[in-house]
Design a protein around this ligand. Structure first.
Ligand SMILES: [Mn+2]
Length: 256
């Protein structure tokens, strides 16, 4: 849709139109290419609905004139800000998801899509989280701020009138606080997703007797096994076995 005609399209119901693939935008960073591939593989292998996975690549967005801000010292990935272009990249229509590349899916994405409620502008896991580490991944500075990690996996109601503010202009000029804390929204416009869909490795805990604590998507927020320093982190085995499956299939594709 175009904003210039002054019309705002009505929201398409509940993430879907079963015939249209569910759009999932994944933050892409060239340093974490393998993490992206494994994340994508984990979604596609378990999904019972059609999904379209689109990496958010900063270099492409710059070429298309959608992204022009200079990299700040607190941006630990290339998608720190570009993630907020998700509604724009989905043409401000229907629901779409953004997720960091450092996620491993263990469940069917349909279960997550089925949680979508059109009364919200966005939905996410609302962590109450203060990291212990002062550095993350490969030494990038870890910053502490309210609503930390909420923006790492977000279901966007792209047609919601409030989200029309997320133009390239806004995304390129607004502060990290405005964007990452969703300051364009009122609290009751932000829907709640169970924490197991953004299960923070090193922070959230499984309670064996309580299946509602079993992760559906693990977020290796401190850094995952694709970094030497994190190759023995919690749930490293799950990520590594997904990687093996991905590599095997990728190799087969090349051979055929
Ligand atoms: Mn992350």
């Amino acid at each position: 849709m175009s904003l210039s005609n002054g019309k705002i399209q009505p929201t398409i119901n509940n993430g879907g139109d079963a015939n249209k693939p569910f759009k999932i935008f994944v933050g892409y960073d060239p340093r974490e290419d393998l993490a992206f591939e494994v994340c994508q593989h984990s979604i596609l292998k378990r999904s019972s609905i059609p999904v379209e996975i689109i990496p958010i690549k900063q270099s492409d967005l710059r070429k298309e004139g959608l992204y022009w801000r200079e990299r700040g010292q607190f941006e630990s990935t290339e998608f720190s800000f570009s993630r907020f272009l998700t509604p724009r990249l989905a043409n401000y229509e229907g629901w779409a998801m953004f997720v960091d590349c450092d996620f491993l899916y263990l469940a069917d994405i349909k279960e997550l899509r089925d949680l979508i409620d059109d009364k919200y502008a966005i939905m996410c896991v609302q962590h109450d989280y203060t990291p212990k580490e002062t550095t993350k991944m490969d030494g990038a500075v870890q910053t502490v701020y309210p609503r930390k990690n909420w923006s790492s996996m977000v279901l966007y109601n792209c047609g919601h009138p409030k989200n029309q503010i997320l133009t390239p202009e806004t995304v390129n000029t607004q502060t990290g606080a405005f964007l990452h804390r969703f300051q364009w929204l009122k609290d009751d416009e932000i829907g709640l997703v169970p924490f197991v869909w953004n299960f923070l490795e090193g922070h959230n805990k499984v309670v064996e007797a309580d299946p509602t604590t079993f992760p559906k998507a693990i977020h290796y927020t401190r850094g995952g096994p694709w970094f030497e320093a994190w190759k023995n982190c919690e749930f490293a085995d799950l990520w590594l076995s997904e990687m093996e499956k991905y590599l095997k299939e990728a190799k087969k594709k090349i051979e055929n």
